[in-house]
Design a protein around this ligand. Structure first.
Ligand code: FAD
Length: 502
């Protein structure tokens, strides 16, 4: 029998990325310690209960059709957390603007035809919709490679859409609202590279990609709780209320331990799975991380404020679709609202309506008191569904999330960290890490966790790598267009001087 001790891995941060890495390494027999600064695991998707026992969360989270790795995890855990695929609506202060079908139920057309033909626009004229066509070139040209990110990242999404001839109305009524809910920032503050990557993954790569399911309760209760039980059964130590502040170093570049308060956790490898703001706090306080330029450069990144509200009304209100995105209410803030009586088991039999309304890029809202926020949300809801105007709010929860999500600002790509760092046994994960998988948000966070686990396995030489499902490949006509475009670019390089900005 081998007496060799199991290799020790410390994972910092218990969101999708941290739990993904921890779970896989624990299954491979590593001695894993997961350190989480907060009182419970979950990160941005953690849910909890109010003093009155009602469940709330830091914003509701959708799971889109291409989240293959998360769906595979749910199958592995043998849990059933999700609603069926739902239809959605889009509202402006003028009322209903768009209704989306469940795209996978309709005859599949080559992308982006299905999205274009099956989406029911109530007001947007055809001529405005057609003005998106030239943008297809940018979608083909942006193939998620490093070179493509460098070409598009310093341009704002607004400039990109303007340069490709998108009409003002299509930009205001369609693209900018998508940026506000997908990248949490208005077009003039978003990297064009991030905009193209996000739109392609969530909407345009394949007809069913925009189809979405939701948890039938908080993600914390429906997924993270059973997942944590599995992780703890696999022998992992999960320690909450442990904020990591520094590392210990052996010589130049090999980390030997992770410091949290007065404790030092010895490590053969370390995986960071913290968001941008958390990482910046860590770098600011850590003599080891501060010594490295790539970590100091993380200080150049930004993060965006979010506001999550939950309102209980005194009566049932008929809401056409359970998930709704809204635009045109505030210039640089997007918001969504969800009918929780339809989505969450807990609220199905509630006598009144329960609504989650989340605001993205919500800087100006964070300064408002709850007494100001709640009537404003009710007023906004009444512009979308008039019955909210007669209903009374009988309970509410307002959660402020300052600097909660990554700001993919123009020029930020150069400061995002890759998974492999200058410290030979420290690896990065999270939804803001540079990788080539092509996914975004929760799916990306989970995938980067698995990728970091695989890097640890490569380095420490023990165990089987996690199987990571790739995103569905490009449709054949997109593959052909991308190949031709690349041939054209390579050919141009043979005789044009390398003279212009990328
Ligand atoms: C309102 C809102 C709505 C969203 N909607 C969606 C959606 O519909 N679909 C979707 O896919 N995604 C959505 N997202 C994005 C999604 O939540 C994130 O992409 C994902 O949760 C990121 O996971 P993560 O593991 O990278 O980071 P996080 O969830 O941020 O986890 C990082 C963890 O690290 C911990 N930490 C930080 N510093 C330290 C330290 N020094 N020591 C120890 N621990 C530390 C934190 O406490 C946290 O638990 C939404 C986000 C918000 C805020």
């Amino acid at each position: 029998m081998s007496t060799e001790r199991a290799k020790r891995v410390v994972v910092v941060g218990a969101g999708w990325a941290g739990l993904g890495a921890t779970h896989h390494l624990a299954k491979q027999g590593y001695d894993v310690t997961l350190l989480e600064a907060g009182p419970y695991p979950g990160g941005l998707v953690a849910g909890w209960r109010t003093v009155g026992g009602r469940s709330v969360e830091a914003g509701i989270h959708g799971f889109w059709y291409p989240y293959k790795n998360i769906f595979a995890l749910v199958r592995e855990l043998q849990i059933d957390p999700f609603t069926p695929f739902t239809r959605s609506s889009q509202y402006s202060p003028a009322g209903l603007e768009v209704e989306s079908p469940i795209f996978q139920n309709l005859p599949r057309l080559p992308t982006p035809l299905g999205t274009f033909l099956y989406t029911q626009f109530k007001r947007l004229p055809l001529i405005d919709r057609l003005s998106a066509l030239p943008l297809l070139y940018a979608l083909v040209d942006f193939d998620n490679s490093d070179a493509a990110w460098r070409r598009y990242d310093s341009v704002t999404a607004r400039e990109l859409f303007k340069d490709f001839g998108v009409s003002a109305r299509l930009y205001r009524d369609s693209f900018e609202p998508m940026l506000l809910v997908g990248l949490f920032a208005p077009g003039e503050q978003c990297s064009a590279a991030a905009a193209l990557g996000m739109l392609y993954f969530f909407i345009l790569a394949h007809q069913p990609d925009f189809d979405v399911v939701w948890c039938r309760g908080t993600v914390g209760e429906k997924i993270f709780r059973p997942w944590m039980e599995r992780i703890e059964r696999a022998g992992c130590r999960v320690l909450t209320d442990r904020r990591v502040s520094d590392l210990t170093l052996d010589g130049e570049s090999r980390v030997t331990g992770v410091v949290s308060g007065n404790e030092v956790f010895e490590a053969d490898a370390v995986i960071f799975a913290v968001g941008v703001s958390g990482m910046q706090k860590l770098v600011g306080g850590s003599s080891v991380l501060r010594s490295s330029k790539e970590f100091r450069d993380v200080m150049n990144l930004g993060a965006v404020d979010v506001l999550a509200t939950r309102l209980w009304f005194d009566r049932k209100i008929d809401i056409p679709h359970p998930s709704n995105a809204c635009f045109g209410f505030d210039v640089t803030t997007g918001w969504t609202f969800f009918d929780l009586n339809t989505l969450h088991d807990e609220y199905r039999d509630e006598p009144g309506t329960v609504i989650e309304a989340d605001f993205y890029h919500a800087n100006q809202f964070l300064a408002m008191s709850d007494e100001q926020v709640v009537p404003l949300v009710r007023r906004y809801l009444a512009k979308c569904v008039s019955a909210f105007g007669e209903a009374n709010v009988i309970d509410s929860s307002v959660i402020r999330l300052p600097r909660a999500v990554t700001h993919f600002a123009p020029g930020s790509y150069q400061y995002l960290l890759p998974a492999v760092t200058g410290f030979e046994n420290v690896f990065m994960s999270g939804d803001w890490i540079v990788n080539r998988h092509g996914s975004w948000s929760q799916e990306k966070a989970y995938v980067t966790g698995l990728e970091a686990a695989n890097l640890v396995i490569e380095r420490l030489g023990h165990g089987a790598k996690a199987q990571i499902l790739p995103v569905e490949s490009d449709e054949p006509h997109i593959q052909v267009a991308r190949t031709l475009n690349q041939i054209g670019r390579d050919w141009g390089k043979t005789f044009l001087p390398d003279f212009w900005l990328p």
